[in-house]
Structures are given as structure tokens and as C-alpha cells.
Design a protein around this ligand. Structure first.
Ligand SMILES: [Zn+2]
Length: 82
């Protein structure tokens, strides 16, 4: 994998919204208080085990334990879609 400078990573983390990444990958998000919940795209599930926290720009899945920020989302998301 190409090496990305740390400053560029920090910029991406700040500017790329996890919520938008999730929506772009076709995920249906439901608002839950300050968070959004949806089905985790990283393991097979029918329940909304994925929680996105827009305030912190972080996501976490209680089902498979995957978690991170926008960059981790992209790395985890093998289903790039059309
Ligand atoms: Zn999961």
C-alpha cells in the first residue's frame, strides 16, 4: 500500500465524514439520539449493530467489533460497489 503522509491522514480524518461514507456505500442509517445506527457492512447481520458517532467522526460495531474513523472504514470496506 502506498504510504500517506501523517499530515494528509489527519486532514482526511477531519474532512471525510463517516456518515457520508456509510451513505455512499448504500447503508441505511437511522438516527438514534446523537448517533446513527445501521446494519454493519463488515459482517453478516440483520440488526443495526453499527453505531456512527458524527460528533467524533467514529464508528463502532457491537457485532463484529470493527471500529475506527473514516480511513478505517475505507480500509475495511472491501465492497467498493459501482
Ligand atoms: Zn460488524
Amino acid at each position: 500500500m502506498a504510504r500517506i503522509p501523517e499530515t494528509e491522514l489527519e486532514r482526511l480524518k477531519a474532512e471525510v465524514s463517516v456518515e457520508r461514507l456509510a451513505e455512499a456505500s448504500g447503508l441505511v442509517l437511522k438516527k438514534s439520539g446523537r448517533d446513527f445506527v445501521g446494519c454493519c457492512p463488515f459482517h453478516a447481520n440483520d440488526t443495526a449493530s453499527l453505531v456512527i458517532t458524527p460528533d467524533k467522526n467514529l464508528w463502532h460495531c457491537s457485532g463484529c467489533g470493527a471500529a475506527g474513523g473514516p480511513i478505517d472504514w475505507v480500509i475495511n470496506n472491501v465492497n467498493w460497489g459501482p
